[in-house]
Design a protein around this ligand. Structure first.
Ligand SMILES: [Zn+2]
Length: 336
């Protein structure tokens, strides 16, 4: 229900008015930081579209009742016309996962008014899956809505992005994060306030205590690789990690940031292995960085990538055993 969404009033009002007037675009990209409630809003869209007793407030906005059979089944994930797709154990969404909904998209919904397909972490869609989806987005069946949810929207293919108007979610206010923690996660008021203060407006971050900025982490990782490719001079390489975002101190947040950088580095190195062996490009996890990866392969052949990959593993271990992020970064950049 829109009424249970905390924060994002402007977006929620936009959506509920569009549903009331039946002008909701058939595909939308819900983009914004992780853990701010994008998926909850997507579920509210599904409910408002399929509720058996929807409420229309002041003639302009429509919301679900939250109580009817349809609302409850959507909430439980058992409504036949509301399908949620998310990454599996491998961290990616394979083509098989979307093929089924694409096949079904041509038919009328079973019992609801609109079929709503929610793809959470849509950036995890492998490229063939995105291409398959693209065909559906180009000829959207009237009774279906696709909601792509992503905190790294730019990792999606430009062709897919261009088919989906983007709804930009901002961070929540600390008060909104605290309110969510109390209501949905049984935090005491005091604990909620403390966790919210250090959460950058994300309930997800408040819950995990993980405050890593994934975009900065990946930029840092790429910079480390590029500098290592450019020079063997230790001083110059150490320069490259001087301003790394996780090396300012030794707090838990610094550690999380450095760990995120190391995981990004591992992911880039895996991709370099793929590019270097001329394997299928569609396997790349960082497909948007393909041109940069291409340049790096002259320095990072398969063997060097593997060696670097194992150094990253060692660095992650050291970080877990409480080595300082700065020392880990300095050591690692000399091993690459
Ligand atoms: Zn209802």
């Amino acid at each position: 229900m829109f009424s249970s969404v905390i924060g994002h009033r402007r977006l929620v009002s936009l959506l509920s008015r569009a549903i009331a007037r039946d002008t909701l675009p058939p595909a939308l990209l819900l983009a914004g930081p992780a853990g701010v409630g994008k998926r909850r809003v997507a579920m509210a869209v599904a409910q408002a579209n399929n509720c058996l007793e929807p409420r229309t407030t002041n003639e302009l906005e429509r919301d679900a009742c939250g109580k009817c059979a349809s609302c409850r089944r959507i909430e439980r994930g058992t409504h036949p016309d509301v399908i949620v797709i998310e990454p599996g154990d491998t961290g990616s969404i394979k083509i098989e996962a979307v093929r089924d909904v694409i096949d079904r998209a041509g038919y009328r919904p079973f019992e609801g008014r609109r079929r709503v397909v929610i793809i959470d972490d849509a950036d995890a869609l492998v490229v063939p899956a995105q291409n398959a989806l693209l065909k559906t987005l180009e000829e959207m069946p009237a009774a279906s809505i696709f909601l792509l949810v992503s905190s790294i929207p730019d990792a999606l293919l430009p062709t897919v992005r261009s088919r989906c108007p983007r709804l930009r979610f901002g961070p929540l206010s600390p008060a909104e994060v605290a309110q969510t923690l109390v209501r949905d996660h049984r935090y005491s008021e005091a604990d909620a306030q403390a966790a919210a203060a250090d959460a950058d407006g994300s309930v997800g971050r408040a819950l995990t205590g993980d405050s890593a900025d994934l975009t900065a982490a990946r930029d840092d990782a790429r910079r480390m690789l590029e500098q290592s490719a450019r020079t063997a001079d230790p001083a110059k390489r150490l320069d490259a990690v001087r301003d790394l975002s996780g090396t300012k101190g030794t707090t838990a947040a610094d550690r999380d940031q450095m760990a995120a950088c190391l995981r990004a580095l591992a992911s880039l190195l895996r991709d370099l292995g793929i590019v270097a062996t001329h394997a299928d490009r569609r396997m790349l996890a960082n497909v948007d960085l393909a041109p940069q990866l291409e340049k790096l392969t002259s320095a990072f052949d398969h063997k060097r990538s593997l060696r670097a990959y194992s150094a990253v593993d060692t660095a992650l271990d050291a970080l877990k055993r409480n080595a300082s992020p700065k020392i880990v970064a300095d050591w690692l950049v000399l091993q690459l």
